[in-house]
Design a protein around this ligand. Sequence first.
Ligand SMILES: [Zn+2]
Length: 331
Amino acid sequence: MTEIQCVYCMQTKTISSYSKREHVLPQAFGLFSNNFTLDQEVCDDCNKYFGDNLEIDLARDTFEGLSRFDYGLKKNSEYKSLGRRSRLVIKVAEGQFKGALVYLEYSQETDKLMIRPVKQIGFLRAEDSEYAYFSLDKVPNKSELDNQRVDLTRHNAVIALGMSSEEAKEILAMRGIILKSWGDAESLEPFEDAWNVEVTANIDSTLFRAIAKIAFNYFVYCEGANLARQAGFNTIRSYILYGIQPDYRLVDILERPILADEAVVGRRRLGHLVTINWSGDHKSIVAMVSLFNLNTYSVSLSRDFLGAVQSLPKGHFFNIANRQILPLQAL
Ligand SMILES: [Zn+2]
């Protein structure tokens, strides 16, 4: 009976344990007419682990994942908020409620993602007359407010968003803050998605591992499983599968686009990019990954690699507009 060694767990299993195809790029980021897949190289256990643990977070809880709705890879009606567990912090970027914490919610009425305020209390800062907003678990107490020179006697010194003024008063009272007069709490109506928001994403090791998997998948796809099974790739393998981090960084975010002719800020081609190449000193193999051509991630696939690799550099562009995957020199 045919047996195959999985390129991730390195276990040798019968062919029946390889019934699923591993997509080089998770399907959540688009299907392409010539999808890149690994067939009979990643065992079903590893494939399922990746889907349940790495890809789901990459798709649902990153700036890139959110961009799937902007670019039509996902319907607005399929949006699910992760609520307080989310790694994304979304704030109003300008206008009356600048700095307010918001979340996205699907509206059936408009078929759009709308922005709604989370429960929070804002205090008018003396220095710039803008509000500093605090989620309910972070509302400062009276002495902290005094230190920050918030003058509670000022008109509209405090506003509550996403909640009633009664509820806000109770929370303030628990912090030793009693307001003499306070009308109705300001209400923040849901905004359309066109509202200017700032998204801050916490990128943790689960997400870095999901990116590293795309890079290593691509390497296996281009260079073949035999090469990828060499010991030089054990470090990246155990990082992706088990989260074991060596004493150097395997995944980094770079402040520049992958394509040399594109600007750091401004319009870029719409698609995903994956490349592999030798490092500058020709000792290590490094991949670059960018989803929607937004953040650029570099992934160290193998440090001080001693073997031969046929065809570096190599890269592909996953074009979202026409769903074609193109080799990079064809761009
Ligand atoms: Zn496996």
